[in-house]
Ligand binder design. Structure first.
Ligand code: NAP
Length: 230
């Protein structure tokens, strides 16, 4: 690792990303930020960080942008793939378009970002590809079939990547929030729920950044973070 390791954070405009970027900086990492939202949103929030606005489902454009950021940063030590999203619908109503949307949001964004930074990581013989799954990737859930399928894809992709590349210094790391995150969007969507039963994003960020730090002779491949039992 360089003196100041670099983490490429996707979905950087999101709620969990806010906590993760804060913790990365505290822990001595240099975050490099990517989101599909407007560039001003990233620049206003993180004026000191290298950032770009890009749709990670557009492979050619995303590769060009991510590789430029990688060059400007002098290499990427960790990909922290937080881009993702959620949708609910009954299993009988699911159409191809619904499935494709969830796969694009949650799995394609990860695979496209990873394939942009893997050549550099393999060349240097070190790196971590971190993705976010969800409890439903393990257990399934009512009215979330496409989301659960996409998150299960995240798990299978990262496990396979780790099996293939760990011997070359590049590992896959799956983080599972095993419940709802306490975010402004969830508070708005579920005004009657008790957020004290949800996972604190700062605590999840702490665990995630700690998991990135393990190594070189110890590696964590899966991290499940649960809310406190009510
Ligand atoms: N929130 C929860 O309760 C919960 C639970 C389990 C797992 N997770 C997972 O944790 C991660 C972060 O969740 P969060 O609540 O922080 O989500 P969030 O606030 O919606 O953040 C996700 C970010 O990803 C961006 N994004 C979406 N599609 C993109 C694309 N094609 N290219 C680049 N960026 C893209 C979004 O931009 P726009 O907003 O502009 O679309 C948004 O800024 C997600 O993977 C989510 O599935 C969340």
């Amino acid at each position: 690792m360089t003196t100041q390791p670099t983490a490429l954070v996707t979905g950087a405009g999101g709620a969990l990303a806010g906590a993760v970027i804060h913790r990365l900086v505290e822990a001595g990492w240099r975050p490099v930020l990517v989101d599909v939202g407007p560039m001003e949103r990233l620049q206003d929030r993180y004026p000191e960080q290298l950032a770009a606005s890009i749709d990670l489902t557009d492979e050619a454009a995303a590769h060009e942008t991510l590789q430029r950021l990688e060059r400007e940063a002098g290499g990427v030590d960790a990909l922290v793939s937080l881009a993702g999203g959620f949708a609910m619908q009954g299993a009988a109503e699911v159409r191809l378009d619904d499935l494709q949307k969830q796969l694009a949001l949650n799995l394609v964004t990860l695979v496209v970002s990873a394939s942009a930074v893997l050549p550099g990581m393999l060349q240097r013989g070190r790196g971590t590809i971190l993705g976010i799954a969800a409890g439903q990737a393990v257990d399934g859930g009512a009215r979330v079939a496409p989301y659960a399928a996409a998150k299960a894809g995240v798990v299978a992709y990262l496990r396979s990547l780790d099996k293939e590349l760990a011997s070359k210094g590049v590992r896959g790391l799956v983080v599972y929030p095993m419940g709802t995150l306490d975010t402004p969007a969830n508070r708005e969507a579920m005004p009657d729920a008790d957020p004290a039963r949800w996972i604190d994003t700062a605590a999840l960020a702490e665990a995630l950044v700690q998991a990135l730090r393990l190594g070189p002779r110890a590696r964590l491949t899966e991290l499940k973070v649960w809310p406190d039992p009510g």
